[in-house]
Ligand binder design. Structure first.
Ligand code: ADP
Length: 345
């Protein structure tokens, strides 16, 4: 386990008597990008502020670089990390001066600060900005300079709190490229908060889902988007078919439908299937139904089918068999692994 650089155990935060982060235990491996996703207000910023030492936990512990992250070790550990927010203030000076300011609290001579700032800009392919006044930068350029101001300190762990939330898509792409380059070139460990699930998929090696103050699943992108552990994670990552079922005799039963399942005794579970994983066919299967609605959704067609319970099916528009219409009898099919069984909450 030597490659774990950051670890929390029952990390908890309350404001007054409101617990906004319930006991949370997870670890971050050296060199990985971990994306923390969750709806607004779920507790993502709170978690990141705790990890960066800007706030103190109400209970639980954090270990970073193998040491407890406590008051005595705070300064030393923090000097090896950096945090970038959604919005940062740049000073009304040149870009290179702003970046050098990232080093101002370290005991480095002024000329050396400036030299390192120039070097950082050069490494980032941003040398042409060096003498620009920070006041004249666009939002995207400003965020890249703020990022450079952190990178000049050569952080080993980088925390990014919704770093592109204020940017247009093109500027966001530039910042994403910086994130990937920093991780690949310097092996920097990165924890990024985002409400943008596409961004998490573009960047992350692993993903932590936080819902209502609880980290409910940590896993690879495939696990999060295809093997959610519960109905609430499935809902958040876009599953449209979520049914309550009962496990009996190695089957799960819901709405008159029975599917193979792990053994269990009268356990209530959720059965979760992505709308895009269901196939409509005229060849008989175990599940028959009647088409209730057919709606165009951009490049897709969404079809609802009454099969005792209501299923949603999503088909790329170009693959849609236009002879399917409301009132038709139809059969549903999917690969066995498309039906995921998880917690019913
Ligand atoms: P997210 O980053 O996922 O949007 P936050 O961590 O900002 O969520 O907030 C989680 C919850 O904690 C919210 O209900 C928010 O109102 C509350 N909260 C955050 N900071 C404070 C604070 N300083 N005092 C009281 N409540 C706070």
């Amino acid at each position: 386990m030597t490659n774990v650089v950051l670890e929390t155990e029952n990390l908890t935060k309350a404001y007054g008597n409101k617990e906004v982060l319930h006991p949370t235990s997870f670890s971050v491996v050296k060199g990985e990008i971990l994306a923390v996703i969750g709806p607004s207000g779920a507790g993502k910023s709170t978690l990141l502020r705790l990890l960066d030492g800007l706030e103190s936990p109400t209970a639980g512990t954090i270990r970073i670089f193998g040491e407890p992250f406590v008051r005595a070790s705070r300064k030393k550990i923090r000097s090896r990390m950096g945090i970038l927010f959604q919005k940062t203030v740049l000073f009304d000076r040149s870009v290179v001066d702003n970046i050098a300011l990232g080093l101002s609290y370290r005991r480095i001579p002024r000329a050396e600060q400036k030299r390192r700032a120039q070097e950082t800009l050069a490494n980032l392919g941003m040398s042409e900005y060096a003498n620009r006044s920070a006041r004249t930068l666009s939002g995207g350029e400003g965020q890249r300079v703020s990022f450079a101001r952190i990178l000049v300190t050569r952080p080993e762990i980088l925390f990014l709190d919704e770093p592109t939330a204020n940017l247009d898509p093109l500027a966001a792409k530039d910042v994403e490229a910086m994130i990937l380059a920093e991780n690949e070139t310097n092996g920097t460990t990165i924890v990024i908060n985002t409400h943008d699930q596409m961004q998490a998929q573009r960047l992350a090696h692993r993903v932590a889902v936080i819902l209502d103050g609880s980290v409910v699943q940590v896993g690879t992108p495939d696990e999060i988007w295809y093997r959610p552990v519960s109905a609430s994670v499935a809902r958040f990552v876009g599953f449209q078919n979520i049914f309550t079922g009962i496990i009996k005799d190695k089957t799960v039963q819901f709405g008159g439908i029975s599917l193979p399942a792990p053994a269990g005794f009268d356990t209530e579970v959720s059965v979760m299937i992505r709308a895009e994983d269901i196939v409509l066919t005229r060849n008989p299967t175990n599940i028959s139904g009647i088409i209730r609605t057919v709606s165009r959704r951009g490049a897709f067609i969404e079809i609802s089918v009454d099969a005792g319970v209501e299923f949603f099916v999503r088909i790329p528009y170009k693959e849609y068999d236009s002879s399917l219409s409301v009132g038709d009898s139809i059969f549903l099919d999917w690969n066995e692994d498309a039906a995921v069984i998880g917690d019913n909450q």
